[in-house]
Design a protein. Structure first.
Length: 484
């Protein structure tokens, strides 16, 4: 069966309950493949052993050189083979170079294993997210959560990388020496059975929770509840090497209150910087089906935090932002600046609403439109382009860009982009910009040269400098060619 995004899930098409993923042991995947299947999985490199061993070395230049080299090698493998998995995902399974693993839980979709790296699509194949873009955000949240626990005393995490290619996203991670029998904290079945069975691990998670500013709360949707710091479906294991491992970080950070978006607790979360600086800890399970215990209190605190973010933090940020606008790197560093303030990029519309600075309004509009174009290009490549020939994707990308630049019907600039802006960026447009007779490109003074430079950075699509210079000189009649 081909999913509408072009990924062939083969046997992974059975209906699966949505109340939690049956997490199989990553070690089980590695240890229980048939011999002929193992041989087709490349070299069985134990990334985790080297990673944990290097971390335990005494502080020295040699330690960080080894860690840097290991991480570069892991990233190289993840990107190289992740691209192959993505580019062949639409093919019948028997024709794929790297085939999905035929063991383990299916609720998370197909998994792939090559050179000791486990790959998994960040993809809304069960329709529990808002869309595929939201599922990709959830994959990004997985990495954000891991990064915050990395460095927490006594807690070990896997290597992880995100691979974005041809409109898809893969989460790549190293295998850990764990199994279902090693689970001592959290839940692997959607909260039906919750563990907090090791006092040492419990203490480490409490210390980590206090450091990150995550609220401890009772977890469990049936049976005995346990007091956890973090989401119900996080997993803590005592590995076969005796180390304390943590995984499943996708819901570590509490959700923002956005009731108009279904299942937003899965992907719309506060920034780590906001959570750590907020005056009190917040529950990871607030506003979710997992938050059965003390729901009223935990949900109220998250709603209150969202109001603080929207009504105080964002307006204050908008007032200070014009001071930075003369920096030559302002546009390329806007995301970093916004995140450091604890504000999600999806709130740039509110930042724009709260400033009277015309130049800042223009810069923010460019950034928001660039992100809409990025998402639209990803959607096009996922849903309409199915080929193992790279040239096909290049031609489709050029056609997409040319349709925006010329747009003879003006539909994109008078209607389509506005709908997307209002969907993805709260209050992103002012009242006078909303009517269909207002052309954002012509009447909104959008600079196509600056916009395409930013789109280039966000998408990874490279356009030669001479072509951009031509666009800067004259927009009318400009047409990208494959040679550009």
């Amino acid at each position: 069966m081909n999913y509408n995004g072009g990924v062939n899930f083969g046997q992974y098409t059975d209906e699966i309950p949505l109340d939690g993923e049956d997490q199989e042991s990553l070690a089980f995947i590695n240890n229980n493949l048939p011999v002929h299947d193992v041989q087709s999985r490349g070299y069985s490199f134990n990334w985790n052993d080297d990673f944990q061993n290097f971390l335990e070395l005494p502080e020295s230049e040699d330690k960080y050189e080894k860690l840097c080299s290991l991480c570069k090698n892991f990233l190289h493998i993840a990107v190289t083979y992740g691209k192959i998995i993505i580019s062949e995902a639409h093919l019948p399974i028997e024709n794929q170079t790297i085939k999905p693993i035929q063991v383990g839980g299916q609720a998370g979709g197909p998994k792939y294993l090559y050179h000791g790296v486990l790959f998994k699509f960040a993809f809304d194949w069960l329709k529990i997210y808002h869309d595929d873009a939201a599922a990709m955000k959830a994959g990004g949240n997985e990495l954000k959560g891991l990064m915050r626990y990395f460095g927490c005393e006594g807690i070990h995490v896997p290597l992880m990388a995100l691979v974005d290619h041809l409109g898809f996203r893969l989460v790549a991670m190293s295998l850990l020496p764990i199994s279902k029998q090693t689970l001592v904290y959290g839940s692997c079945d959607g909260g039906r059975c919750v563990y907090a069975s090791n006092e040492d691990f419990n203490e480490r998670m409490e210390l980590a929770g206090r450091k990150i500013n995550i609220k401890g709360h009772y977890c469990g949707i049936s049976g005995q509840a346990h007091y956890l710091y973090g989401p119900t479906d996080i997993e803590g294991h005592i590995g076969r090497d005796g180390k304390f491992y943590l995984l499943d970080f996708g819901r570590v950070f509490p959700p923002t209150y956005e009731p108009e978006i279904g299942n937003s607790f899965l992907f719309r979360q506060f920034r780590p910087e906001f959570v750590s600086s907020y005056y009190r800890p917040l529950s990871s399970d607030a506003l979710s089906p997992f938050g059965l215990h003390e729901r009223e209190v935990n949900d109220h605190e998250v709603k209150e935090a969202t109001e603080f973010l929207v009504n105080k933090r964002i307006p204050e940020f908008a007032l200070k932002l014009p001071e930075l606008i003369n920096n030559k790197k302002f546009d390329s560093s806007l995301t970093e600046i916004t995140h450091r303030a604890g504000i999600n990029v999806r709130f740039l519309g509110l930042v724009r609403k709260n400033t009277d600075d015309d130049e800042l309004k223009s810069r923010l509009l460019h950034e928001m439109i660039a992100r809409v174009i990025k998402n639209e290009l990803r959607l096009k490549l996922r849903t309409t382009t199915r080929s193992i020939v790279e040239d096909t994707y290049i031609k489709d990308t050029i056609h997409f860009f040319n349709s925006l630049i010329s747009d003879p019907s003006r539909t994109f600039w008078t209607s389509d982009v506005k709908t997307k802006l209002e969907t993805h960026f709260r209050n992103g447009l002012h009242i006078h910009e909303l009517p269909p007779d207002f052309d954002l490109l012509l009447d909104g003074n959008v600079d196509l040269y600056k916009l395409m430079k930013r789109v280039q950075h966000l998408t990874g699509v490279k356009i030669y400098k001479h072509s951009l210079k031509e666009l800067k000189k004259k927009t009318a009649g400009f047409h990208l060619l494959q040679s550009d």
